[in-house]
Write a protein that binds this ligand. Sequence first.
Ligand code: GDP
Ligand code: MG
Length: 178
Amino acid sequence: MDSLPRIALVGAMGIGKTTALRSLCGDKMISSDVVNLDRASNAKEFTTVGTEFGEIDLGDGERVQVCGCPGQERFSFVRQWILSVSMGIFVMVDVNQPGAVQEASRLLQDVAALEQPPVVLILSARHAAASAVDAFAASLTRAGHGVVPVLQADPRERSQMLDAVGVLASMLSLQGEE
Ligand SMILES: Nc1nc2c(ncn2[C@@H]2O[C@H](COP(=O)(O)OP(=O)(O)O)[C@@H](O)[C@H]2O)c(=O)[nH]1
Ligand SMILES: [Mg+2]
């Protein structure tokens, strides 16, 4: 059996990974949200341990698997494993947060360290001014990550998430032509 092309979602707890998966995959997903025992870091009731998977039908019988990585640092080994078997990655951030550049930088380093680095697209997952997004992208470039595309996408909006998947798919096909 051929495995489906896989896209991984990474980002801090609460950024909207599970929400994005639900928007994209609807009922076609397996979630592993459990009661959050780490309320000190984040107040939300449920959190993702292990991984979550879903499938998107892009039409024409084309399907993509989407996979959410656990946000908590103690599950970083799960994240590394998922990253290593993904061809595309969405790094989800809130560019308004003071630590956003540092956090994205750390994730981009993890990705760059992979044997076959996948295509990365950063999703600005909370409403942000264009100037804030530009400043964020410029900081990442200054930090040595090259030009990383940053796209505004609300995890709750299926159409915006599908657009982001489309952009990632285009980047993948461009890379395939190299
Ligand atoms: N305001 C706002 N809330 C969001 C957005 N995306 C997700 N949320 C909410 O943030 C909370 C955490 O989202 P969740 O998908 O569980 O985050 P995860 O830990 O990354 O899987 C949920 O209550 C979502 O409804 C967004 O774009 N804006
Ligand atoms: Mg989650």
